[in-house]
Design a protein around this ligand. Structure first.
Ligand SMILES: [Zn+2]
Length: 406
């Protein structure tokens, strides 16, 4: 597997500039296309699973993180506070406190639970410049995040639901989990002290893992400061393991923020907060995808999905027409005219593009297109509309396959 930094630059996906600063990459158009496709997939999957999307600010008062516990347990990884008119504001180190306050801003009945709030939100981490590079160690992070507010009885089902979403996403992205890790507290003062709550959270997480028949390793010292986690671990090109996805059960922050809902008995109860991220940060996820696929992304993620290749200048108008039809259907399309080189050379140049649409005299006569797939398969000439229908159908279901077998 190649390093994502080398490939990311070679494929014009992202870059950095010392004047912007270390750990602050920018996304070039092709990288932005991959990221958008990923974010669109996640938003749609979350809507199907009953999540509601929100937006919240990337800044908060220092007091907010004192209440959440970040200031005490996580301060080393936060940016220093900014003094602003007698108060201090900080770049947020997580979205959790904002979502807890969002929940608290309205009264809730047990009938509304589980209430699932999702946000693709920015957060910041004061990584030291020595360890920064590419998309894996960054100071600004776009997190695919969600918090589910539920009753204690609902928590295991919600954790299992999140694990199912993670499995679906990995299938669509054509990536594999290296292992599931049950991340437990370890020695040292970085964990909140509330022994009974830790036991309850661990019981919920292990029940969900067992329920789905997933094997896991329990590892001490990897929990969040407020609770244990299920971490889905992946391996990078150098064989190093990192966490891509996570599901956490938290009894602590609902206490800290005094969250309540009214139960069927008419009395106030404390909800549980399930924190979950399907793919973690988009930066780390895209870095992993670049390395796993070596730039050969699943077609629905590819920066360019179709390249149109007229055989000679005589097919220029037909090729332009086909390109227009691709664009009208929302496909990311490029064209490569004959003055760029021989057909073989142009096919080689676009070898990472899933669908190469070759248009010669025969295809023009039939109002058709000869598709060549990225894996080298060549299909018989198809009517243009049928080719586009079939490509569109595969993209719509986020197929990892380039063509159906029928
Ligand atoms: Zn959270």
């Amino acid at each position: 597997m190649p390093d994502h930094r080398t490939l990311g630059r070679a494929l014009n996906l992202f870059d950095t500039d010392p004047l912007i600063g270390a750990g602050l990459p920018f996304w070039l158009p092709d990288g932005a296309a991959v990221r958008q496709a990923l974010e669109d997939y996640l938003r749609a999957a979350e809507r199907r699973a009953g999540y509601h999307h929100v937006y919240s600010p990337v800044l908060g008062k220092r007091e907010l993180y004192e209440v959440s516990g970040h200031w005490r347990h996580y301060r080393d990884e936060m940016f220093p506070p900014m003094d602003l008119g007698g108060e201090q504001v900080v770049l947020r180190p997580s979205l959790c406190p904002h979502h807890a306050l969002m929940f608290r801003s309205r009264a809730h009945s047990y009938r509304e639970l589980p209430l699932r709030i999702a946000e693709s939100g920015g957060m910041y981490r004061s990584e030291l410049s020595g360890v920064l590079g590419g998309l894996t160690r960054v100071r600004g992070i776009q997190l695919n995040d969600a918090h589910i507010f539920c009753t204690p009885e609902q928590a295991a089902t919600e954790v299992a639901g999140a694990l199912a979403m993670i499995a679906d996403a990995y299938a669509a992205l054509d990536i594999r989990a290296a292992r599931y890790r049950l991340s437990l507290p370890g020695p040292g003062g970085k964990y909140v002290a509330a022994a009974g709550l830790w036991e309850r959270s661990i019981a919920v997480l292990t029940a969900a893992l067992d329920d789905r028949g997933l094997g896991y390793d329990a590892v001490e010292g990897e929990a969040a400061f407020y609770g244990p986690k299920i971490d889905v671990q992946v391996r990078d090109s150098a064989g190093r393991e990192s966490t891509l996805s996570t599901v956490q059960v938290d009894f602590h922050q609902p206490e800290q923020f005094d969250l309540r809902y009214t139960g069927a008995d008419g009395v106030a109860h404390r909800p549980v907060m399930v924190h979950r991220s399907i793919i973690g940060s988009v930066e780390r996820a895209v870095a992993h995808l670049i390395e796993c696929h070596g730039g050969r992304f699943p077609a629905w993620l590819a920066p360019t999905q179709v390249v149109v290749l007229p055989v000679t200048e005589a097919q220029h108008a037909a090729a332009a027409r086909f390109e227009r039809r691709c664009r009208d259907r929302g496909l990311r399309v490029a064209s490569s005219p004959p003055d760029r080189g021989s057909l073989a050379a142009r096919i080689r140049e676009h070898r990472l593009v899933p669908y190469q649409a070759i248009i010669g005299a025969e295809e023009v006569a039939a109002d058709g297109v000869a598709l060549r797939l990225r894996d080298g398969r060549r299909l018989a000439v198809l009517p243009a509309a049928e080719a586009l229908d079939r490509i569109g159908a595969l993209l719509a279901v986020h197929s990892a396959a380039l063509w159906d077998v029928s």
